[in-house]
Design a protein around this ligand. Sequence first.
Ligand code: ARG
Length: 565
Amino acid sequence: MKLKLQINQVIKDAFIKANIEHKPMSVCESTKPEFGDYQFNGAMALSKKLGKKPREIATKIIENLNLSGVLIKAEIAGPGFINLWLNPLWIAIQCHNALSDDRLSVEVRKTPIKVVVDYSGPNMAKQMHVGHLRSTIIGDTLVNLFTFLGDEAIRQNHIGDWGTQFGMLIAYLEEIGEDGSVSLNDLEQFYKDAKGRFDADADFANRAREYVVKIQSGDAHCLQLWQKFIDISLGHCEEVYNKLDVKLTREDVKAESFYNDDLPNVVEKLQSKEMLQQSDGAQCVFLEGDEVPVIVQKSDGGYLYATTDLAALWYRANIVGAKRISYVVDARQSGHFKQIFRVAKEAGFVADDVMLEHIAFGTMMNKGGKPFKTRDGGTVKLIDLLDEAVIKAKETINDKESYSKEELEALAKVIGIGAVKYADLSINRESNYVFNWDKMLSFEGNTSLYMQYAYARIQSIFRRFDGEIKSDIIIGDRLEHRLSVMLLRFEDMLIRTALDAAPNQITTYLYDLVTLFMRFYEQNPILKDGVDEQTKMSRLALADLTAKTIKQGLDILGIQVVNKL
Ligand code: ARG
């Protein structure tokens, strides 16, 4: 449920009753429990407009405030803040309703939009690296979130499958004469070997150059080799996607090569808008205030990364019909995206009402604060990293004997992969982030294990309870009050997260929720002797709603829960 909207409505009604002819600003969550659940700070802003003291205005609002429905108490604080307390009876009904709804009372958007999320985007000539890991995790979460809120989110995997290096790579693939699956297991090594041949043998180098031209002109034999190379490379990425439990499939691949035929049109369209200038034989767009131009065609006729991205923007806005286009790409490409967004808007490739955003993220660092690399300075193979996560996760599991081998494997996967994902998603995405196994696999703190543990703990309460659960809730004390209000904030938080494309708002929420639940559970026993039936039922219902909210939140993050831990 949209909690803030409900409270804002009560304030709006008070404005009307008090004959204040201004639109009230929105309430905000209180920073401390003693300041109530929400605060209204609009009296100060109105003071000038109305020519009255803020406290006077606040008093008038309070006098006209309905304190028998959503709210129960309002108090003036400081210079004219209004602290607001939600009505426990109303909260209890809302929690009850959320519990009986599969979507936990989160509405499906009435006016959904089409969103394209461009994420993962590995390069076929190279091993997937940690930057692609971050993009994959964040992008997948955003698609889950948009979809859950009712938008039509479309995944697009803009893989790098085109460029001169492919001439060399397929020439080498042909030369070694096997089907490639073995040699291509280590793309990094394959690239090195091909480069070695290219540098050492002039005949090979010539052939490689010929192959570039041949692929580009559609030569069947070369295209077939190229296709094979891409298939195998993409297969490696899919192994990573599988392990990561992300939902990218081949259908979501809209590779760079997909836009090949459109590239001359991009240049032509820019030309017709008189946006192009020649510089050293290259076709460039000079943007006001930018020192470096956007080059769209080189002097030899070749096209560039930016040209392809402009074609992709055109396609997404005009063919797909997206109203929001989100690029989950390393922060180091922010200059590139700023420029192509500007060019696309100025050239009219994308209508003004289409939102273009670069969802930038920082670099993954090792414990020493250096970019994440293998000991010899190479790129870390993602697949190895994920396998290591599962091995380390296994070590954290107690009572290993109580699981079968398969169960243990499955559990370790849920914990290990969950930890890698959660650690990534829980930091402000624009910061660089330090990869730390111990921290991410801890039962304490803002980690996936802490959430999974809380969930399992609640399930164990339900295993011990045998009876029929009635979801009638009575808010007994401050902790129960705060826990219920937190539960009701779920939708507001999701909407904000989607707006800001900031998954760490979900993890922060889950952390606050679970911390509150743990305190509640410590102080308010559920199944202990002496707890009366009504209280027991009410607390069970709160625990149930907490568990369902954790599960739903983690599900959006692409992380699973387990019933026993
Ligand atoms: N392949 C690119 C890289 O590895 C990422 C692609 C991002 N998407 C885009 N439309 N440019 O840097």
